[in-house]
Design a protein around this ligand. Structure first.
Ligand code: NAG
Ligand code: NAG
Ligand code: NAG
Ligand code: NAG
Ligand code: NAG
Ligand code: NAG
Ligand code: NAG
Ligand code: NAG
Ligand code: NAG
Ligand code: NAG
Ligand code: NAG
Ligand code: NAG
Ligand code: CU
Length: 602
């Protein structure tokens, strides 16, 4: 395997002459002025009240229990393979879907089913893979949540696999690979699910990916993160360079700029690569669907001279509020409405900055720019606008909980059926490797033996590194997460929306709760450095559900637990035969080839 990797690197070095920004199939119009705009599919019949979701509204239809039956399936074919691209002008090796970076859009109406047939064509070297559909509930289909060792085995090299799941939430999200830190290499794409709106707007400009970008391929980064301390007599030194991976640049819709002078080897590097562009129509209200698809960094988004009206966080619609900056952690989404109040000939900078107080990034390439052109603007001239003032205090946390109010109110109970307290820390273990832990235990996936299949066979006893917490038949689960580290952690729960009952510095005081009559809900919530969050969720979705940090490198190093929910009900579920078949396939593959599982696996 190392030999094949080396060969691959040599081929790469000899073929990097005169490469354009993107060596991939550039049929995607994401980030171009002629990008499409979006609206609900109105073709399926009948259309009660004119919409596929009938008379459901954002304010009086429960988004978790009242999913419409549209009887429509949206089909997609994905092929995953290696390629090369230069999103910021610097040529890197990538792994992508359908030769596109970012990958193709998945689009559906609320209540549709989505069927994605994917083929793993990753070769030179080969790797397993799996795709996760971020933020969906996967109620009755936990095996299609896309997490190896949990609901499925990895999809083996050369194999195909079909995911079939419900568009059971509406709003903005994305899909990404959930195999090691593979998504940082490019396996990701947008997901738009149309549903009722809480705000009138004119033009849906669609996905706006915000993403830190690394020139080293993800595998090299993970190898370095997994390396041992060079000096064994220097315990507790978390600051050695291999453990501090700096983002090389920052991208908006897969495009950015890197200063080639910073590169050790600037061969194949182009300065001033094209930036993403957006078209505004004067006087119109534009919807932008912001998605932080990065591996690590948090993003501070703004548009010069324009207010942002925030209408949703993750898949949760909010009581709209106006701001000039939006802060997104890895995995989070924010939908904003921007009214084009400028002159018809004008242009403005869109900005997304990585706060270097919150993340490791190379300056000044940590500041992503994109161009916003009004109707009659001269598109050969760059904007000349100034940023909004922002005092970066490095709080590294989401907006105050009292200021983000869900549009559809759901009260939380002060008496959950059970409470689980999780303490996050990191250590250097006895062999000199760094490990992230939850309650003193780091996580490691067993690709060959998914927990859901074991649970169905009534095996509920696993090795400690599976990090399984059983919530049994409890209906409401509270998670208290205390952070004994100076890093922030965007915590993501699969298969549920989380009510965020408190956040703040230090460990939780076991008392304070915010806005219990209608607390903020999200599927990723930032845990502040040396702080805490208190989360609560309804445990009515039988399955095994990952709860983890969405910083790819932290997850790689074990910051992950599994929550096994309603285990008694898992035994009676009809798991489709493709799940055990894919495991047979994977087991056969691993009996022939040694899989280099150098990290937690997820
Ligand atoms: C929505 O329509 C259904 C029938 O299609 C009806 O039962 C329900 O009362 C309606 N709800 C509202 C709020 O109009
Ligand atoms: C829900 O929103 C609609 C339109 O946005 C509005 O007409 C209606 O009065 C609202 N209903 C409630 C209960 O607030
Ligand atoms: C997916 O590929 C199959 C087999 O080539 C083809 O029949 C089908 O039409 C494709 N579906 C889509 C949505 O492109
Ligand atoms: C932004 O919003 C504030 C408060 O609502 C308002 O006073 C200001 O005029 C707005 N600015 C722009 C550029 O729209
Ligand atoms: C647009 O800008 C370019 C470069 O600054 C200039 O050469 C061109 O004349 C401008 N076009 C118009 C229509 O003003
Ligand atoms: C920025 O915020 C910090 C903390 O709130 C404050 O101490 C500092 O004075 C502020 N700086 C400016 C320039 O406003
Ligand atoms: C939220 O709480 C902060 C103090 O923690 C306060 O300054 C702010 O005014 C509150 N905002 C709202 C909308 O209540
Ligand atoms: C230390 O951590 C590394 C990386 O997770 C792991 O490979 C190694 O087995 C661990 N060592 C011990 C003694 O547990
Ligand atoms: C349950 O599964 C685990 C993990 O594969 C295995 O180690 C254990 O032996 C199994 N227990 C039983 C009773 O089969
Ligand atoms: C509720 O969850 C706790 C773990 O948090 C577990 O020990 C207990 O057995 C569960 N109760 C039921 C009734 O399943
Ligand atoms: C938090 O970490 C420090 C060392 O970094 C340690 O001394 C302390 O015991 C930890 N606290 C808890 C509650 O584990
Ligand atoms: C779990 O199974 C029990 C007993 O069959 C049933 O009453 C309950 O509704 C099921 N719960 C869920 C969430 O499916
Ligand atoms: Cu983390």
């Amino acid at each position: 395997m190392p030999y094949i990797r080396w060969l691959f690197a040599v081929c790469y070095l000899t073929t990097t002459q005169a490469l354009a920004q993107n060596q991939l199939d550039d049929t995607s119009q994401l980030g171009l002025l002629n990008a499409p705009t979006y609206s609900p599919f109105l073709t399926n019949n009948p259309l009660p009240n004119g919409y596929p979701w009938g008379n459901r509204t954002a304010n009086d239809s429960n988004p978790y229990t009242d999913v419409p039956d549209t009887n429509v399936i949206r089909y997609y074919n994905f092929t995953i393979s290696r390629g090369q691209a230069a999103p910021d002008g610097y040529v890197t090796n990538v792994i992508v879907v359908n030769d596109q970076f970012p990958g193709p859009l998945i689009e559906a109406n609320w209540g549709d089913w989505i069927e994605v047939s994917m083929t793993n064509n990753i070769s030179g070297p080969e790797e397993g893979t799996a795709l996760h559909w971020h933020g969906l509930m996967q109620s009755t289909t936990p095996w299609f949540d896309g997490v190896p060792s949990v609901g499925q085995c990895p999809v083996a090299p050369g194999a195909s696999f079909t995911y079939r799941f419900r568009a059971d939430q509406y709003g903005t999200s994305w899909y990404h690979s959930h195999y090691s830190s593979q998504y940082a290499g490019g396996i990701l794409g947008p997901m738009i699910i149309h549903g009722p709106s809480n705000y009138d707007y004119d033009i849906d400009l669609g996905p706006v990916f915000l993403q830190d970008w690394f020139h080293k391929d993800y595998f090299t980064i993970v190898e370095q993160l997994e390396s041992v301390t060079p000096t064994p007599n220097e315990p507790n030194n978390f600051n050695i360079s291999n453990w501090r991976q700096y983002a090389d640049s920052n991208l908006i819709n897969g495009k950015g700029n890197y200063s080639c002078a910073l590169a050790n080897n600037s061969q194949g590097c182009t300065n001033n690569a094209p930036l993403a562009q957006f078209r505004f129509q004067q006087g119109k209200k534009h919807r932008l669907r912001l998605i932080n698809s990065g591996a690590a960094a948090t993003q501070l988004f703004s548009i010069d001279g324009h207010n942002l009206t925030v209408i949703a966080n993750d898949y949760v619609q909010l009581v709209p509020y106006t701001t000039q900056h939006v802060f997104l952690a890895a995995g989070q989404r924010t939908d904003v409405i921007v009214e084009a109040t400028g002159n018809i000939n004008s242009s403005y900078w869109m900005r997304s900055n990585i706060s270097v107080i919150c993340a490791l990034a190379v300056e000044p390439s940590n500041q992503a720019l994109a161009e916003v052109f009004y109707d009659n603007a001269n598109i050969t001239k760059q904007p000349k606008t100034q940023p909004w003032y922002y005092n970066d205090t490095g709080a590294c946390s989401n907006d105050p909980l009292n200021e983000t109010v869900p549009y559809y109110a759901i009260a939380s109970t002060t008496k959950p059926s059970t409470t689980i307290t999780l303490l996050i820390d990191r250590i250097i273990n006895s062999t000199g490797n760094m490990e992230w832990r939850m309650n003193q235990q780091t996580f490691r996936a067993n690709y060959n033996d998914p927990l859901l299949l074991l649970a169905q066979e009534q095996n509920t006893t696993y090795p400690p590194e599976s990090n399984v917490y059983h919530t049994g038949s409890n209906q409401t689960v509270r998670l208290i997460v205390n952070n004994n580290s100076t890093s922030q952690h965007p915590m993501h729960l699969h298969g549920h929306v989380m009510s965020v009952l408190h956040q703040g510095p230090g460990y939780w005081d076991n008392v304070s709760l915010t806005n219990m009559q209608n607390p903020q809900r999200r599927d990723v919530q930032m845990l502040p450095p040396s702080g805490h969050i208190v989360l609560q969720y309804e445990a009515k979705n039988p399955g095994v559900w990952p709860f983890h940090c969405h910083i790819a490198w932290h997850l790689s190093q074990g910051l992950y637990v599994n929550l096994m929910e309603q285990a008694d009900n898992i035994t009676s579920m009809q798991i489709p035969s493709v799940i055990p078949e894919m495991c047979k396939n994977w087991n056969f593959y691993t009996s022939q080839d040694v899989v280099e599982q150098i990290d937690s696996g997820l």
